[in-house]
Design a protein around this ligand. Sequence first.
Ligand SMILES: Cc1cc2nc3c(=O)[nH]c(=O)nc-3n(C[C@H](O)[C@H](O)[C@H](O)COP(=O)(O)OP(=O)(O)OC[C@H]3O[C@@H](n4cnc5c(N)ncnc54)[C@H](O)[C@@H]3O)c2cc1C
Length: 347
Amino acid sequence: MVIIIGAGLSGLLTAYHLQKAQIPFKILEARDRIGGRILTYYGSKGTAVEMGATWFGPQHQLLIQLIRELNLGYFEQYMQGTSYYQASAGALAQAIILPNQDPSYRITGGTTELIKQLYNSLDKDSVLLNQTVNKLELQDNSVLVKAKIVLKAKAVIVSCPPKLWAHKITYEPKLPENLIDVAKATHTWMEDSIKVGFVYPEPFWRNNKQSGALFCNSGPLTEYYDHSNEEGTKFALCGFLHPAYKKTTQQERKLMVLNQLKEVFGEKSLLFTEHFELIWPSEKHTFYPSLSYQFPHQNNGNDIYEESYFGGRLLFSGTETSAHFGGYMEGAVYAAKAVCDRLNSGF
Ligand SMILES: Cc1cc2nc3c(=O)[nH]c(=O)nc-3n(C[C@H](O)[C@H](O)[C@H](O)COP(=O)(O)OP(=O)(O)OC[C@H]3O[C@@H](n4cnc5c(N)ncnc54)[C@H](O)[C@@H]3O)c2cc1C
């Protein structure tokens, strides 16, 4: 049996490939939910508000292929009308014209649909939640995987971010020092993000010929976009807060964001029905403090992740290991296929 550590996009997709190849597997997931950095919250009327991964572009061909294979739809990010730029909160919001660029797309019904479809294709008993793996031990012809339960595996695929498995899992025998050093110095994409979203009964911004997009250097909101559904029947705005605001209380953040929204979009922005936020740096199964400053995508796709360890029985995957769009959903899709190919060639 192959054990996959982590039920994010790469772990679930690895399982999907193994299932097709009729290789038995189990996934051990630390959280009480699947999806990892993909998490859509839904308003009471079903409005999808993305707290994690949201957009992809025409360059993300593997992801697009997967979306089609799973019979999901996608649609272009709404960007019609006036967008705004503020140098800082309180400063005058300036109407801006965005440069021509490739469109961004979102998955119909929310990015979580991708996770649900993959999960639905798997045998439910194969995904075990609340299982934080903390030790991997090589034995004669197998690896002992220790979480709340202990399982014996022919091979193990680790699909959580490298910083996490380098700091929080112990290995017997020890892994090479250079691998651990690179992993500790591998940036985890978006681990610092704070997302916030508001659901509205009416698209007041669209009615005012505004796109809903706002860009601000200092925040609290730094990037903000329309998050209405494809049909234009459910309405929301959603975006990013400056990471410094993780230090304030939820109530303070909400007040500051609403003040900023009122400045830019007017009083109607206060007439929301639901408010969501997610502080990713508080998520211990995503975030780990860095030993020193890491630049975005640092060490993503480092060659060292293509090696196998424990005599070919231990392989590393996950988007940060991907040489192709590491950090993004596209990277996770690439990594899942690449690790299965390596596994098949190793045994
Ligand atoms: C706020 C935010 C916005 C983003 N926006 C975009 C975007 O617009 N477009 C895009 O392409 N990408 C975006 N991303 C990145 C995208 O979410 C990731 O590329 C992708 O989801 C990574 O999937 P993964 O399976 O490699 O890793 P993860 O999703 O991190 O999955 C790893 C899994 O391992 C589990 N785990 C951790 N430690 C252990 C352990 N010890 N034992 C067992 N399980 C463990 C975790 O709980 C998690 O479920 C965003 C991410 C965030 C956070």
